[in-house]
Ligand binder design. Structure first.
Ligand code: F0G
Length: 459
């Protein structure tokens, strides 16, 4: 008999999570103004709001923390991080920052000026925020296939090369500080970018003399998909694939809260010594001295160790198979989601489920509230609330897709939890015809409204 798959680790420390009643949850979500971000975490049974900073560190990471060097300048932990970044990713220069968006801030404060254009595949919210805040424009050149959730192709996060070239042709290179390639493509559903596509994007960057920045939060998951899906990579090691991916990049920004499996931390890494030097002043002003940036020594040590563990094939296989497992359970129940299952999350296609809820009443948010009421499972809306208002007309923007993201923290939940999530979704799915109304806004901030929004049931 073929042996079944099992996790490549065992559990040494546990954290209690609490069940609740539907009645309690109905009160709590009302108190939170129907905003999932407004819930106390104690009111959540299975928390899939994000896979960012929510993973479980290993015994080796915790022991590395004990050896953290908290020296203000020249800390040993900085050099441990430097060695890991050079060894695994191939970059000579880097600046530690407190998380990914801080890395974007350090870099973009130097390279972006008003009116600039930054093409790429779906920029992450904070990346987009940092670009738009500087009155520059992110241009999304993701392949069109990414918005057909039922289409099953291996590299749905890819850049459409023709769209990218059109942008590079249209504007002078002085107006394009970087092409931003996000691996994996979070917004499109945690979908990977192929090595072939990375090469083609890089070739265009060389042709038009524009630097390539990789937003690398989930680079290791991307590398796993290259190994398991792309021709010619099955026999290459994770390290070889990762090194090849970054051989094409000039700059990388990293939220280490994802694939470096730490609770806090990030960095920006450079091939160019000159750019590294010019970014240092922004780090000193906002983050801290250049050998710790926004991080403590113990956190830099855990990050260095996490880069090794996060690029280990056995670990990645365990992780990605768990997301696949959840996808298979949803398949059994005919629940539609962005196919194939992503690297860090399942993106449920809410529009295909709640067909009676008008888009003006926030379909994906409505599904999220129903799932929370059903079982205390918390995910996050990737739909009209997140899309926010048009900055010029102030009208609501209604994106083509209304997705509800279930992001799976690393090494944190078991497949029994996946069974609960799938069963809870099935129960909501079974009563989908009865769900006809959504929510209306009672309060919203002028930008990034989804975090603090207030809602009430639509009447
Ligand atoms: N880039 C990508 C692709 C991300 O997914 C994130 C964060 C960031 C940059 C910013 O990093 O949070 O460390 O400042 N994504 C989280 C999420 C928040 O839930 O997807 P950060």
């Amino acid at each position: 008999m073929k042996l079944p798959f099992a996790e490549s680790y065992r559990i040494k420390m546990v954290e209690t999570i609490k069940r609740s009643t539907r009645e309690e949850r109905a009160n709590w979500i009302k108190e939170a103004n129907y905003n999932l971000f407004g819930l106390k975490s104690d009111y959540v049974f299975i928390d899939l709001l994000t896979d960012s900073g929510t993973g479980a560190m290993s015994d080796k990471q915790w022991s590395a923390m004990m050896e953290g060097d908290e020296s203000y300048a020249g800390s040993r932990s900085y050099y441990n991080m430097k060695d890991a970044i050079k060894d695994i990713l191939g970059f000579d220069y880097f600046i530690p920052t407190h998380q990914g968006r801080a890395a974007e801030n350090v870099l973009y404060s130097i390279i972006i000026k008003e009116g600039d254009i930054l093409p790429g595949n779906s920029h992450f919210d904070t990346t987009k925020g940092h670009i738009e805040f500087r009155k520059a424009i992110p241009v999304d050149c993701t392949i069109d296939e990414a918005s057909d959730t039922q289409l099953e192709i291996p590299f749905k996060g890819n850049v459409d090369i023709a769209k990218l070239e059109a942008v590079l042709k249209k504007y002078p290179k002085e107006q394009i500080p970087a092409v931003v390639l996000t691996v994996t493509n979070n917004t499109a559903g945690g979908q990977p970018v192929s090595m072939q596509n990375i090469k083609e994007v890089s070739a265009l960057c060389v042709k038009y003399d524009v630097p390539l920045q990789m937003d690398s939060a989930r680079f290791a998951e991307n590398a796993y998909f290259i190994k398991t899906r792309e021709e010619g990579y099955a026999d290459k090691s994770m390290r070889e694939i990762v090194r090849e991916m970054f051989s094409y990049a000039d700059i990388m920004t990293m939220s280490s809260k994802k694939d470096a499996i730490v609770n806090m931390g990030g960095f920006v890494a450079f091939k160019s010594e000159e750019l590294w030097k010019s970014c240092q002043k922004i780090c000193i002003m906002n983050e801290g001295f250049i050998t710790y940036g926004g991080m403590s020594g113990r956190d830099m040590n855990a990050l260095a160790q996490g880069l090794h563990e996060g690029t280990d094939f056995e670990y990645l296989e365990t992780r990605i198979k768990q997301i696949e497992y959840l996808g298979q359970k949803l398949d059994e129940y005919n629940i539609p989601y962005q196919r194939p299952a992503g690297g860090h999350a399942i993106f449920v296609d809410a529009k295909k489920i709640l067909t009676h809820v008008p888009k003006e009443e926030f379909i994906a948010q409505t599904l999220g509230i129903e799932l929370y009421l059903e079982a205390g499972v918390r995910g996050v809306e990737v739909g009209a609330l997140l899309a926010d208002r048009d900055p010029v007309t102030h009208e609501n923007r209604y994106p083509e897709l209304e997705l509800f993201r279930l992001a799976i923290p690393r090494r944190t939940y078991t497949n029994n939890h996946m069974n609960v999530i799938a069963a809870a979704l099935k129960n909501v799915y079974d009563r989908r015809e009865e769900i006809t109304r959504g929510y209306e806004i009672t309060y919203e901030a002028p930008i990034m409204r989804h975090f603090t929004i207030g809602l009430k049931p639509a009447e």
